[in-house]
Write a protein that binds this ligand. Structure first.
Ligand SMILES: Cc1ncc(COP(=O)(O)O)c(C=O)c1O
Length: 470
């Protein structure tokens, strides 16, 4: 086996799955005979393909499957001077922004650096607001060091910041920091929650409803945990919309062979990129309420909405607005991550989940389960903190932070105003303004009636913008 390439070994493992007579990757005869040839050596080991946990064998993860391994091999060959019909491998298989050259947000890296190496707090090279953030976080760390374990749920001050962020994102819908759990990326949170839901055998085995197309974390986690994957199809002809009648079809069919207990939603979608309308979310919540399904809302792309007319509605907010009967009963966990949004800090493995209406006894077991892995990496927690608590107007780093979006604040404001309302004004920086102040200039040559409409639009835009970036 050692003579095989990495990709071939992976395929051979999948072929072993086929030999065992179960579902697996298609493979060719040569690969299968390679596997047979090495079988005796494998038998010498306690852990061979025959004794490997069958759930691990059944797990597939397309995002890092044989194509990606082959790409790695080709890349190494190119580096060694091999001639190919191309000169580089362009990795468009995974959403890893920094790997594709995105520059980190300076403020985030400053706060993390200060936390990791507090001696830098004396350095004049770091802004005061980054130092304040780092000091506050270090106060919460055991021994004031990032090298200590944190509480399993995450550092309290960071959970407080996440709670404030979610509350402000959702226009004041209350958040209890005790319902916030910091995670090792969204993947870890999703996996932990899925674990809670597993029970039963045969027809009572837990079924997990997932969209198709899906992000392969879901099918992989379901395989690994031994749950039943229940597919519901997104409607490609209708911009990959989620349709309640398809949910119903999928659920009714699944009830013939398992016990569907949870419904996973990815909004905005991956790989389909659809953004669910408020009405669609309301339908889904109503469906979960009526059919007694636990909701998992994967909202890691909430900041990545660019299409005109699309807006992110969080499941939590819509649930709240549907009234107490729903808000006090529907069980929901929503997930977010440092990997996406404008930071794209995948390697920090930061994330959080908000847990709503979880039975208090279950919650105690959930916390026990989380405590087994001690805590999420503390540097990742710090990165999460900066994502939810970026520099504010008036703070030293605010201007640079906005420049990090490659736009001065007044340029950003005017661009958004144009994109969202169609009103075209000029950023104050074009006229000169006092350092740290921002203006825009507009003419008032319109008729009074049109001017009234325009001013109302500017007012609405301004209020919304302040809510979003407050
Ligand atoms: C929809 C979706 N959920 C979860 C994840 C995993 O995110 P994380 O890096 O936070 O584990 C991804 C990563 O691409 C994703 O696209």
């Amino acid at each position: 086996m050692s003579g095989l390439s990495v990709a071939a070994r992976w395929m051979a493992a999948a072929g072993g799955e086929m030999l065992a007579g179960t579902r697996g990757f298609a493979t060719d005869l040569a690969t299968v005979s390679n596997l047979r040839a090495v079988a005796p050596r494998q038998n010498d080991r306690v852990l061979g393909l025959g004794t490997l946990n069958p759930r691990v064998r059944a797990t597939e993860y397309a995002v890092r499957g044989p194509i990606v391994l082959k790409a790695g091999e080709l890349e190494r060959e190119l580096r060694q001077g091999a001639q190919k019909p191309f000169t580089e491998i362009i990795k468009a298989n995974i959403g890893d922004a920094h790997a594709m050259g995105q520059q980190p947000i300076t403020f985030l890296r400053q706060v993390v650096a200060l936390c990791i190496y507090p001696e830098l707090i004396g350095s004049p090279d770091f802004p005061a607001d980054a130092k304040e953030r780092a000091q506050r976080i270090l106060q919460d760390c055991g021994g004031h060091s990032l090298g200590s374990y944190s509480a399993s749920q995450g550092l309290y001050c960071i959970r407080q910041d996440v709670a404030k962020y979610v509350e402000s994102r959702d226009g004041g819908v209350p958040v209890d920091p005790n319902n916030i759990y910091i995670t090792t990326g969204a993947s870890d949170g999703i996996m932990s929650v899925l674990k809670l839901l597993l029970t039963g055998e045969g027809r009572t085995r837990t079924g997990i409803m997932i969209p198709i197309p899906q992000y392969p974390l879901y099918s992989a986690a379901i395989s690994e945990l031994g749950a039943v994957q229940v597919n519901y199809y997104l409607d490609e002809e209708n911009a990959w919309a989620l349709d309640k009648s398809e949910l119903r079809r999928s659920l009714n069919k699944a009830r013939e062979y398992c016990y569907p207990r949870a419904l996973c939603i990815i909004n905005p979608g991956n790989p389909t990129a659809q953004v669910q309308s408020r009405k669609c979310i309301e339908d889904v919540i109503h469906f979960a309420y009526e059919q007694k399904l636990f909701l998992l809302a994967d909202e890691v792309y909430q900041e990545n909405i660019y299409a005109e007319g699309c807006k992110f509605h969080s499941f939590k907010k819509v649930l709240y607005e549907m009234g107490a009967e729903y808000f006090n009963t529907v069980e929901l966990v929503s997930f977010h991550s440092t990997s996406k949004g404008y930071t794209g800090e995948c390697g920090f493995r930061g994330g959080y989940m908000e847990v709503i209406n979880m039975d208090p006894d279950v919650k105690a077991h959930f916390e026990k389960l989380l405590s087994v892995r001690l805590c999420p990496p503390v540097p990742g927690q710090v990165a999460m903190d900066v994502v939810v608590n970026p520099p504010k107007p008036g703070e030293e780093s605010y201007k640079t932070f906005k420049m990090a979006c490659n736009m001065a604040p007044d340029m950003f404001y005017c661009m958004k105003l144009l994109e969202e309302t169609g009103i075209c004004v000029v950023p104050g920086s074009g006229f000169g303004q006092k350092e740290g102040t921002y203006h825009f200039r507009m003419t008032i040559l319109l008729s009074i009636e049109k001017l009234k409409v325009l001013l109302q639009k500017v007012k609405d835009f301004h209020t919304k913008l302040l809510q979003k970036y407050a």
